[in-house]
Each structure stands twice: as C-alpha cells, then as structure tokens.
Design a protein around this ligand. Structure first.
Ligand SMILES: [Zn+2]
Length: 145
C-alpha cells in the first residue's frame, strides 16, 4: 500500500436516514459520490424543508424566549450585577445564608448599610426586607468560603 493512499470505509445509508436508498447502497464523500446517489440524497427527507407545524413551533418558542417577561433583569444585592430575573431569587434579608460575608471588613462613610449588611440598594425589595440574590452569589454564600 502506498503511503499517500488512505482507506476510508464507505458510509452505508440506513433505512432510518434515507428511505429512498437501499440499505446496502453506499454513499461516497463529497466529490466522490456518484451523480445518481447524490441526487437521491438531495431528494430524500434529509434535505426536505421543515413542515409548517415545526416552523410554527419554532416561531412560538422564539417569541416566548424573547418576550419582555423572559428578558426581565434585576440587580443582585451582593455583586450588583444586572442578572436575568430567572437566575435570581428574591430572598428575605433574614434568610440570606452566611450573611456575615456581606458585613464590610473596613467600614466606609460612603457605605449604605442595611441591617449592617452592604447590599446594593437597587436590589432591595419595596419593603426593604427582601433583596434579589443571583444564583452565583447564593451558591458562594451557601458554601461559606
Ligand atoms: Zn450576585
């Protein structure tokens, strides 16, 4: 065998992927396939346009995923990042896990503390008893590291 020759096993069409092809028929690689085989592949279900119900479902899911409700954001009280509302939890200040991590080590005159905690004010709820906490901060606070 010559070093420049590469033996590639043929791709065999199964009955599931190309109904019009016989199961024992081989499909070559691009540029190698016979003209008849390539035409059969193009005409098969593989290259067919999606049905109208599939298109409607995809459009519906796109509209749902890009709605104002789905794209709402809020600030995290711990890291102050603007985060998707779906990735945040509104939590009572008394229920924040290991909240001692939110007490500043070096107090500063510009700090606005809430119950002794340094919390981003925009993340506070209307009652000032709750705040939004992103999933990442919640996990870090739970780990107590
Ligand atoms: Zn956060």
């Amino acid at each position: 065998m010559n070093d420049s020759e590469v033996t590639v096993p043929p791709i065999v069409a199964s009955n599931n992927t190309a109904k019009q092809l016989a199961s024992s028929e081989t499909i070559g690689f691009p540029g190698v396939a016979s003209q008849v085989t390539a035409e059969r592949l193009v005409a098969s279900e593989f290259m067919a346009s999606p049905s109208q119900s599939v298109l409607n479902d995809m459009i519906s899911r796109f509209i749902d995923a890009s709605s104002n409700e789905a794209l709402k954001t809020t600030a995290c009280g711990s890291c102050a990042r603007e985060t998707s509302l779906a990735e945040c939890e509104e939590i009572a200040l008394k229920d924040i896990p290991n909240k001692h991590h939110l007490i500043p080590h070096s107090p500063h005159a510009a700090h606005e503390l809430v119950n002794g905690l340094l919390i981003y004010p925009a993340a506070l709820g209307a009652s000032k008893e709750t705040m939004h906490l992103c999933d990442g901060c919640r996990n870090h606070l739970k780990k107590d590291v």
